[in-house]
Write a protein that binds this ligand. Structure first.
Ligand SMILES: Cc1ncc(COP(=O)(O)O)c(C=O)c1O
Length: 373
């Protein structure tokens, strides 16, 4: 038995009848762009997140980009975000001509270390972009306090945190705009690319819609240089169905996370820690382990797939050489990038598979204990 890192085909099978019918209806309607499914999904997703509005966008990266444009962030501005994130967070900041200013992560939650934000605020800082990494929210109270004090916008990167909560509020609903990705393997995933931005702010909502579709409010009137970043009808129809399962799928993820916690309790790996302030939706179950690359290779030989999120921090990528960050600029992010390992975790896993991963990990660590470097 092989344990795969994801099983998107299995998820499709579990809802195939509904999805096939929804796709068929879109195809026969003849309306493929910005029709009733996008409009209804926007209402339903905003309702789920507890915000007034949602705007369907073509990807999570697009959502972040449009959120920055809507907040009038551009050339010469600075946006503070976490050093440990997917590269898209930084790319969106760069697309608008702003500079990503990084801070290291909190060693326990792996999200933005809020203690380090104030020291990098300058006159050019316009926004903070917390990333709710792996399914757990950053400490939003601390971030909102700083944002209020320095009059900064807050754009939440909630691409990995659909349904996660911070003190009873949904991820993405606390700052000025919250951005989501519906990349297929996300907690709420389309069957292709997709994204959304949520907000309570009427002006930002109008601007997000204008930027999403060629800078237009009405046909043939282009108010700003907009983008072509619409969510399409087929993806919206699929997302409407999957949204109905999101809470139960998140509960399954939590269930498997608890099982991993129990099975891995007596071996020398660092397990994820759930902060008391909210609900972790375990987009990823990330452990830290010594000799990570050897552990990963040996697990694969036992038929267990794992991944690394992320092996090379953004500031050490060639694309960001011009930020000028030497090695050791963000010690926690850099150390963790050599130790982190994401174990398979998705709703469709089976008990036997979780047990096999835990057993495999134990065996591999015993083998490595005998084989000195
Ligand atoms: C933290 C984070 N931000 C942004 C994105 C970008 O989303 P997308 O791939 O939909 O453009 C992702 C998706 O992988 C992500 O994990």
């Amino acid at each position: 038995m092989k344990v795969l890192f994801d099983a998107l085909g299995k998820q499709y099978s579990s809802v195939a009848t509904e999805i096939d019918e929804a796709i068929r209806q879109v195809l026969s309607s003849g309306r493929y762009i910005l029709g009733e499914n996008v409009a209804k999904f926007e209402q339903e997703f905003a309702g789920y997140c507890g915000t007034k509005h949602a705007v369907g966008i073509s990807s999570g990266t697009g959502a972040l980009h449009l959120a920055l444009l809507a907040c009038d962030i551009g050339d010469g501005d600075e946006v503070i975000t976490a050093a440990n994130t997917y590269i898209a967070t930084l790319f969106a900041i760069s697309y608008v001509g702003a500079k990503p200013v990084l801070v290291d992560i909190d060693p326990e939650t792996y999200t933005l270390d809020t203690e380090q934000i104030e020291e990098v605020i300058t006159e050019k800082t316009r926004a903070i972009m917390p990333v709710h990494l792996y399914g757990q929210c950053a400490d939003m109270d601390a971030i909102m306090q700083l944002a209020n004090r320095y009059e900064l916008k807050v754009i939440e990167d909630a691409a990995q945190a659909h349904g996660a909560e911070y003190k009873g509020r949904k991820a993405g609903s606390i700052g000025n705009v919250g951005c989501f990705s519906f990349y297929p393997s996300k907690n709420l995933g389309a069957c292709g690319d997709g994204g959304a931005a949520i907000t309570d702010d009427e002006k930002l909502y109008e601007k997000l819609k204008i930027y999403r579709y060629m800078g237009q409010k009405s046909k043939h009137s282009h108010l700003v240089i907009g983008r072509q970043e619409r969510l399409d009808e087929i993806q919206a129809a699929i997302l409407r169905i999957k949204l109905g399962y999101l809470d139960s799928w998140n509960e399954r993820r939590h269930h498997w996370a608890v099982m991993y916690d129990e099975l891995l309790a007596d071996i020398s790996v660092e397990r994820p820690r759930e902060h008391g302030y909210g609900n972790h939706v375990f987009h990823l179950y990330v452990i830290r382990v010594a000799r990570r690359d050897e552990v990963k290779a040996r697990l694969l030989r036992c038929g267990i797939e794992t991944q690394i999120h992320y092996p090379i921090p953004a500031h050490l990528q060639p694309a960001y050489a011009d930020l000028g960050h030497a090695k050791d600029s963000f010690p926690i992010t850099e150390r963790y990038s050599e130790e982190i390992l994401s174990l398979p975790l998705y709703p469709e896993l089976e008990e036997e598979e979780v047990a096999k991963v835990a057993r495999g990990l134990k065996q591999v660590l015993e083998q490595l204990g005998r084989v000195r470097r």
